[in-house]
Write a protein that binds this ligand. Structure first.
Ligand SMILES: [Cu+2]
Length: 189
């Protein structure tokens, strides 16, 4: 060993020690990230929905909660309103959703085939419709309004044409209509 090499050795040892420490830090960070992702996924069941409720997308239109005659808005015995809707390539059913002001409204939505987005403009209502699962969200609307409901998850070549209307009307007016029909929409007949 030459004199020059001897003087290099302590510096190389010091560098190797520092590199090992940083290596351990990086592995530690990766370990924390993997733990957090596993915890969120397994323990809190955050994928694909916080509340997991399944539905068969292949029989949506034939049987069960999401058959066409059951879609739209319905007043529940407790006075709240449930809205059921389906997203499919490339439209929503119903095409116009009618909801009352100052009432707890729960949306229950399902997709017939691919992932769609459900969003009501200027509100916090924003969901993914994942095939095989029922997506739910509750909201209250303060004042009458006409809103757009565009699909905001790319779902195929007709995606940009996929949107519906949401009409928020006064509660009294809504309840009057609800006495005449079991399921309400604002689709023109
Ligand atoms: Cu879509």
């Amino acid at each position: 060993m030459t004199a020059a090499n001897q003087s290099e050795a302590p510096r190389q040892d010091a560098a190797a020690t520092v590199e090992r420490r940083w290596g351990a830090v990086c592995v530690g960070i990766l370990g924390i990230l993997v733990f957090l992702a596993t915890f969120a996924g397994v323990h809190q069941a955050t994928m694909p929905q916080a509340r997991v409720e399944t539905v068969d997308p292949t029989t949506l239109h034939i049987a069960g909660e999401f058959i066409e005659s059951n879609l739209g808005s319905a007043v529940e015995p407790d006075g709240s309103v449930t809205v059921r809707l389906v997203g499919q390539q490339y439209s929503f059913t119903p095409q116009c959703i009618l909801v009352p002001t100052k009432t707890l409204v729960t949306f229950r939505a399902a997709s017939a085939e691919v992932v769609h987005g459900f969003l009501i403009q200027n509100t916090n209502v924003n969901l993914m419709l994942v095939p095989g699962y029922v997506s739910t969200i509750s909201a209250r609307f303060a004042a009458p309004a006409d809103s757009l409901m565009p699909c905001h998850e790319y779902c195929g070549t007709g995606h940009e044409a996929m949107w519906a209307h949401v009409r928020i009307i006064e509660k009294a007016e809504f309840l009057k209509l609800a006495r005449q029909r079991r399921r309400l929409t604002c689709v023109a007949e």
